[in-house]
Design a binder for this molecule. Structure first.
Ligand SMILES: NC(=O)c1ccc[n+]([C@@H]2O[C@H](COP(=O)([O-])OP(=O)(O)OC[C@H]3O[C@@H](n4cnc5c(N)ncnc54)[C@H](O)[C@@H]3O)[C@@H](O)[C@H]2O)c1
Length: 260
């Protein structure tokens, strides 16, 4: 087994981070850069990508590509461009996600249902399809797929059925792919955070936001939102050689909310 020289070291790694222009994805990018990796940010928002690249201030180690993870052709093309720009991709973080409307299941429109599933679940599958084959061709360093799921995928949140179902699907995708790759040196894990105070809640009307915060935080024994840097720290460990015997696993980061 070959372990990195320093704990958490990511020198020599190239990570693709979907939805990397803000929030949790951007925090992961910042953390990976600090640990020595280069990063390709794939995001649907050109303006947020520009802001992210400026904020990261790591020329030569950051690539930003406008990619809609729902689109098979865009994903395949982005994979080629990332490989050409920064070399073999050793880490894929499937992080792009949307909450979708907060309404009862029967009030969810088929278009909204499909959109949430397409971004949160099919998008992750398309990125794995585009990048896992080239990961299999790399001998070292350690290769990783990290899926950003949610505690909603374990518990099923009322008024967010499409979101919860997409995240439950992402947990199952993690387990299936992990078994397929278990002896190939590609470890596949997912993270299930509780609520983080990011733009994912931007669509919630202000008059509902205070009540929603109370509901969300009442479920968390530690009584607060998870910080994006806390999720990034877990994603950094999962990407590093320090994580060597975990695959198909679901890593809880919920301040005590999850009991399994
Ligand atoms: N914030 C939370 O409370 C929370 C909790 C658990 C899990 N998560 C998950 O963490 C991930 C990141 O969430 P966040 O809170 O940072 O949200 P965010 O809204 O701040 O960031 C999501 C990013 O995904 C991008 N994106 C959306 N649709 C896309 C598409 N079709 N193609 C490419 N990029 C797309 C957005 O432009 C944005 O930059 C999501 O998968 C989310 O479900 C968030």
């Amino acid at each position: 087994m070959s372990l990195a020289a320093a704990p958490g070291d990511l020198h020599g790694h190239h990570a693709v981070i979907t939805g990397g222009a803000q929030g949790i994805g951007l925090a992961i990018a910042r953390r990976y850069l600090r640990s020595g990796a280069s990063v390709s940010l794939w995001d649907v928002s050109a303006s947020k990508l520009d802001e992210a690249v400026n904020a990261l201030a790591a020329p030569g180690r950051v690539q930003a590509l406008v990619v809609d993870v729902r689109d098979e052709a865009q994903v395949m093309q982005a994979a080629q461009r990332s490989l050409a720009a920064l070399g073999a991709v050793t880490v894929l973080v499937n992080n792009a996600g949307v909450l979708g409307p907060t309404v009862n299941t029967w009030e969810t429109t088929p278009a909204d249902w499909r959109n949430v599933l397409e971004i949160n679940l099919t998008g992750a599958y398309l990125c794995c399809r585009a990048l896992v084959p080239q990961m299999l061709g790399i001998a070292t360093p350690a290769r990783r797929v990290i899926n950003i799921a949610s505690v909603a995928g374990k518990e099923g949140n009322a008024m967010n059925a499409a979101y919860s179902a997409s995240k439950a699907g992402l947990i199952a995708l993690t387990k299936s792919l992990a078994k397929e790759l278990a002896t190939a040196g590609v470890l596949v894990n997912c993270i299930t955070p509780s609520a983080a105070d990011t733009a994912v809640f931007a669509g919630i009307p202000p008059e509902h936001r205070e009540q929603l915060d109370k509901i969300l935080l009442a479920r968390v024994p530690m009584g607060r939102f998870v910080e994006v840097d806390e999720v990034a720290a877990m994603a950094a460990w999962l990407a590093s050689a320090d994580c060597s015997f975990s695959t198909g696993a679901v890593f809880d980061i919920t301040g005590g909310r999850s009991v399994y």
